[in-house]
Design a protein around this ligand. Structure first.
Ligand SMILES: [Zn+2]
Length: 103
């Protein structure tokens, strides 16, 4: 069952990816990460803010998912990743999901 408006699995680039949640990742230094060898996106419930682990809100959790998916799409299409693309992709997808109309 999907939580936080984030899928548990999806298929991109001919691979079946899974999404997992962790309390924190890399001691709270990152919000999320993607693991190509495991075909997995990991999203942290907490991240560091001014040196202290703080709960991520729903927007941040979903934005982190789209950010990591942006990395995967860019990597599988160009062989590179960069945070500028991933952040822009994530923000566009958040906007798309907020304002789409299904009739
Ligand atoms: Zn990134």
């Amino acid at each position: 069952m999907a939580i936080h408006n984030i899928p548990t699995t999806f298929r991109i680039g001919g691979r079946d990816w899974k999404v997992g949640f962790k309390d924190s990742i890399e001691n709270g230094e990152v919000f999320a990460r993607w693991l190509d060898n495991k075909a997995e996106i990991q999203i942290a419930y907490k991240a560091k803010d001014d040196g202290e682990l703080v709960d991520c809100d729903e927007y941040q959790l979903e934005h982190s998912f789209w950010h990591e998916l942006g990395h995967i799409i860019q990597y599988y299409s160009t062989g590179n990743t960069d945070d500028t693309f991933a952040q822009t992709f994530a923000t566009f997808m958040m906007e798309y999901n907020q304002f789409k109309v299904l009739r």
